[in-house]
Design a protein. Structure first.
Length: 371
């Protein structure tokens, strides 16, 4: 028995939810390009949870269920106000809030499929409100209640900023949610499945997943991309900044991927939206800088951009605080986490791999007086 570092190339589960084959990403057999161009995020939620696209009445029912369950307990808002708001990262606040949602859910430990599906609805609905509520509380503002007539994407932007978003903003954000919804057995999804394989509850699984997503090598990359763009400052500084990084063999966030070799199929969609939105908001240089960085990395390192790279400028153009980029990732990916959690429950086996021992050989205890 020998170890594979990072479990690279190891097939750890069977799944009907998503696949990455020959650099093509699918959700339940639907190409991500097809879904990104045509499907709403609510349709994708239904697809991931039911392994089929919804009919019109089913989609309407899901939208209504989400709208009906978006409100969060006042205790969570009150808890936010006790945090050191100038220093706490939104992902830490989100991780704690999702765990606390389980405390207020009377069905948290009811494990039948119907109860788990109801919890899935509540979690998907409330996580958007949690993120937007925290974003407002830390600015001294009160949370905004959702509007039932708005889509999930539109409601998020409305609850965040207090005004109904423009159509192109909703289009861009909805597309970003679709693109981030699931991604096979990534680190956070695997974490969620390992957690619930013990028959722990849905809230524990999603809380564990958020903890994994918080790391900069997973969900935190887009925030780091925006930090880099801010540090560069202008188009004329790109070449020297990036070349210095490359010469010092420093990692450039937003490039390369453990699974994709030819390129992340989600990135081109966000590149298009980045160009549109930066033009609309009067920040075209942000897109131009991103393209120049991209071209340099592709030319010198042969590494194409991943989903994080252009999503950074998209979210910035939507007026979203940079440290909210990863929580937004979590808002979308909850749909995928829940799909995998429900799939794990349906055909469960405790996930318990082995480790290759590389420590000292057999040793004999020596009394402390003789050491």
């Amino acid at each position: 028995m020998s170890a594979t570092k990072g479990l690279e190339g190891i097939v750890a589960a069977e799944s009907k939810i998503s696949s990455i084959i020959d650099d093509t990403l699918t959700y339940v057999g639907y190409n991500i390009d097809d879904l990104a161009d045509n499907a709403s995020f609510e349709e994708v939620i239904y697809l991931l949870w039911h392994t089929r696209l919804p009919k019109a009445d089913e989609l309407a029912e899901l939208k209504q269920q989400l709208a009906d369950n978006m409100s969060i307990p006042q205790a969570i808002v009150d808890q936010f106000k006790t945090y050191p708001l100038s220093t706490v990262h939104p992902m830490a606040a989100l991780r704690t809030a999702v765990s606390l949602l389980g405390v207020f859910d009377e069905e948290a430990d009811v494990m039948d499929p119907e109860a788990n599906y109801r919890k899935a609805i509540r979690l998907q609905a409330k996580i958007a409100t949690v993120v937007t509520a925290f974003a407002r509380v830390r600015k001294g503002l009160e949370p905004i209640q959702p509007k039932a007539e708005l889509s999930y994407a539109a409601n998020f932007l409305y609850m965040l900023k207090g005004e109904e978003p423009a159509a192109i903003e909703v289009e861009a954000f909805d597309k970003a949610l679709v693109l981030h919804a699931d991604h096979e057995l990534n680190a956070s999804t695997f974490t969620a499945r390992v957690c619930v394989a013990t028959l722990s509850d849905v809230y524990s699984g999603v809380t564990a997943a958020i903890g994994a997503l918080k790391g900069p090598l997973h969900g935190g990359a887009n925030e780091q991309v925006m930090k880099m763009l801010t540090e560069i400052g202008s188009l004329e500084n790109v070449e020297s900044y990036i070349q210095n990084k490359l010469d010092n063999k420093e990692k450039i966030m937003g490039f390369g991927h453990r699974v994709y070799r030819k390129g992340d199929p989600r990135a081109p969609h966000l590149r298009v939206m980045s160009q549109k939105l930066t033009e609309l908001t009067g920040k075209p240089e942000l897109y131009q800088m991103s393209v120049k960085i991209h071209d340099m990395i592709v030319e010198q390192k042969k590494l194409p951009a991943n989903v994080d790279f252009f999503s950074a400028s998209v979210y910035d153009s939507l007026g979203i605080d940079h440290d909210l980029f990863t929580p937004i990732f979590a808002v979308s990916r909850t749909s995928g986490w829940v799909a995998h959690i429900l799939e794990q429950y349906a055909n469960n086996r405790l996930i318990r791999p082995r480790a290759e021992y590389v420590g000292p050989g057999m040793q004999k205890y020596v009394p402390i007086s003789e050491r």
